[in-house]
Write a protein that binds this ligand. Structure first.
Ligand code: SF4
Length: 374
């Protein structure tokens, strides 16, 4: 376990959930399947859950290390309020050890190693409103590990008519799953490969818990969710593996869960692999469609593979360029040509934010967060 520096004043910290005392004076964190046993003054694998004086603390609570406005298509979510802005935030740390991490500057840092501002949950919501975002996304690093903050932001978001999105690796325990996802409107789950060998060697975790999370989302929640598979040359891009992954999605999640194949670029500890050629993404998309998935996308490249077409009559429904929506022809969520209802959330279920709240959001943003340059 990493040593914990800069952790003297527990009074100002937020006590964590999902832990219990364990033998030898350690604390057992059961938020994710890593099940860390954490000694006093130490942090878990994710760096941001730490033990002191017989209690576990969430060091990421109200300490975002990244705040940004993104298009919802960047999460990626193609069937959730297309063309809207999303207030995106992440903290330090991660519960996976991916060698190819593309946000490693924050995900591989302790909370005291990143520049962060103090932003309580209710102010996150006001900042989102101030920036014209109907949705808040927990993204950039793994949001499961700061689940306490996520839940409190969700409560404040609902009170003010905003949606919430998890962009997650899906590595969460059964004990914590509903505590978090019962508050969430949409999610994108990374299915990083379809072999235990890849998960074990390249992410330092396991495949099965991620598959279970996807099944729980499908069977036990109303969360709208999409799946992303980042294709890395020679590590997880074999056509047989892509076929198995698509077949598993078809059988366990159904044909209407959107699947995004995205392109890798060399980063962090994986710089000896080339960028994913566009042909690999085209081939993967063709396989998944042949298997029977209705909505299969390509990401991180310029191609027609970002468009949404009707699986029934093949009419072009939503035309995209990178993360921009160029044209959306859906009519009340239906294909204008054949009337097929396309699964997704096409209008904001929570309605409009009251004027009084918008005024308060303007005041707070000006008074407290001018330095964030949002
Ligand atoms: S959330 Fe962090 S501390 Fe808890 S089990 Fe997972 S890696 Fe360990």
């Amino acid at each position: 376990m990493p040593d914990l520096k800069g952790f003297e004043n527990a009074d100002s910290l937020h006590e964590a959930r999902w832990w219990e005392p364990a033998s030898g004076g350690k604390l057992h964190c059961y938020l994710c399947p890593r099940h860390c046993h954490i000694g006093d003054g130490q942090a878990g694998f994710c760096f941001i859950r730490a033990a002191r004086g017989g209690k576990l603390y969430s060091l990421g609570y109200a300490r975002p290390a990244a705040l940004q406005i993104d298009p919802i298509e960047k999460k990626p979510l193609n069937h959730f309020l297309p063309g809207t802005r999303v207030f995106s935030m992440g903290t330090a740390g991660c519960n996976m050890g991916c060698f190819f991490c593309q946000n490693w500057d924050i995900s591989k840092s302790r909370s005291d190693q990143v520049h962060s501002s103090h932003v309580p949950p209710e102010d996150v919501v006001l900042l989102a409103i101030r920036n014209g975002c109907p949705t808040i996304a927990f993204t950039y690093n793994e949001p499961t590990i700061w689940g306490e903050y996520v839940i409190d932001i969700c409560h404040a978001a609902k009170e003010n008519g905003l949606n919430t999105v998890m962009v997650s690796n899906g590595y969460i325990t059964r004990e914590a799953f509903h505590d978090i996802y019962d508050h969430i409107d949409a999610a994108n789950i990374d299915l990083k490969a379809f072999t235990e060998n890849f998960y074990g060697r390249v992410t330092l975790t396991h495949l099965q818990p991620v598959l279970e999370t996807l099944e729980w989302l499908k069977q036990e929640t109303n969360v709208w969710f999409e799946v992303t598979n980042l294709l890395i040359p020679t590590l997880n891009d074999r056509p047989e593996e892509t076929r198995q992954l698509a077949e598993w999605i078809l059988e366990h999640l159904g044909p209407d869960v959107p699947l995004h194949f995205t392109a890798f670029h060399p980063d962090f500890k994986l710089r000896d692999k080339p960028r994913t050629p566009p042909e690999t993404l085209h081939a993967a998309r063709a396989i998944a469609r042949e298997v029977g998935l209705h909505y299969v996308y390509e990401g991180n490249i310029h191609s027609e593979g970002g468009n949404t077409s009707c699986p029934s009559c093949q009419a072009l429904l939503i035309s995209r360029s990178w993360h921009d929506v160029r044209r959306n022809d859906l009519q009340d969520g239906r294909c204008p040509n054949c009337g097929l209802l396309v699964p997704g959330r096409w209008t904001n279920p929570h309605g409009r934010t009251p004027q009084k709240t918008e005024n308060r959001a303007r005041e707070i943003a000006r008074a407290k967060y001018d330095h964030l340059n949002l």
